[in-house]
Design a protein around this ligand. Structure first.
Ligand SMILES: Nc1ncnc2c1ncn2[C@@H]1O[C@H](COP(=O)(O)OP(=O)(O)OP(=O)(O)O)[C@@H](O)[C@H]1O
Ligand SMILES: [Mg+2]
Length: 250
């Protein structure tokens, strides 16, 4: 589904990604861990097609198609979803209206009519229930005055509604209380199927008790320096990153 070959990327002429190789197949869950500033969010942004990042070498294909020339929204329409580490506020636009627009934009890009209001309402209710989201929450202004946990929950709601092929969740667990973490993780697990894939970026092994990864990758200084199964996350939790840095620098 996603194939990244020797990806180099920079922002404002500063080289950040220095040769990433990663393949994500349908049905898989990948976790990306790594110290602060190692390039995790940059990698997510480059996959999603954010403009500030420049790919200087290598390539990214999605479903066999080179996506480098595609704008972020075209990638989104192809089924790539990125949650934000720091979500934006949109005063005056409700959670519901934002998602309705996003869904209809995506339908339009596929040559489909707007989703009938009745179906939309049904879908919104179904997904809100799945994620234990209060109905009142849906009419609030997007991210305005949202608590950290509410922002994260809203992201997962957007993901549930858009039903992406590839979801990249950047620190969706940070700031969530234990119950919210469980709800969000269960939501992700319920949305998971054999045709879609999830990449979770996280600092803590805890999330991976709930969303169990098939692969764990450690990003350090712009490269994936170690990959393994879920036991790698436990090892990192226990030993920190120093041993990996030593291995890399040896
Ligand atoms: N838009 C930008 N402008 C300038 N520097 C940037 C920009 N985006 C990323 N960087 C730099 O690139 C490096 C990698 O940042 P990135 O956000 O990808 O790290 P991260 O692995 O996600 O870290 P964290 O765990 O703290 O979220 C950092 O040194 C950061 O300052
Ligand atoms: Mg980050």
């Amino acid at each position: 589904m996603l194939k990244i070959d020797n990806l180099h990327a920079s922002v404002e002429d500063k080289s950040i990604l220095k040769g990433i190789n990663l393949e994500v197949k349908p049905g898989e869950v990948h976790a990306i861990m790594g110290p602060n500033g190692s390039g995790k969010s940059t990698l997510a942004s480059v996959i999603a097609g954010k403009e500030e990042y420049e790919v200087t070498k290598g390539n990214i294909t999605f479903d066999g198609e080179d996506i480098e020339e595609l704008a972020a929204e075209e990638r989104a329409h192809k089924g790539i979803f990125l949650s934000f580490q720091y979500p934006i506020e949109i005063p005056g636009v409700s959670v519901t209206n934002f998602i309705k627009t996003a869904i209809n934009e995506s339908r339009k890009a596929k040559g489909l009519e707007d989703m009938p209001a009745k179906d939309m309402l049904k879908l919104i209710r179904e997904k809100a229930d799945l994620l234990e989201i209060d109905r009142k929450f849906l009419s609030r202004s997007l991210n305005e005055g949202f608590s950290g946990g509410e922002k994260k929950r809203n992201e997962i709601f957007q993901m549930a509604m858009l039903d992406p092929k590839l979801a990249i969740l950047d620190e969706t667990d940070s700031g969530l209380d234990i119950d919210a973490l469980r709800i969000v993780a269960n939501g992700v697990n319920k949305l998971k199927n054999k045709d879609n894939a999830v990449v979770v970026i996280t600092h803590y092994q805890r999330l991976l008790d709930y969303i169990v990864p098939d692969f764990v990758h450690v990003l350090y200084n712009g490269r994936i320096v170690k990959s393994g199964g879920k036991e790698l996350a436990h090892e990192l939790e226990e030993k920190g990153y120093d041993w990996i840095k030593e291995e890399v620098n040896a």
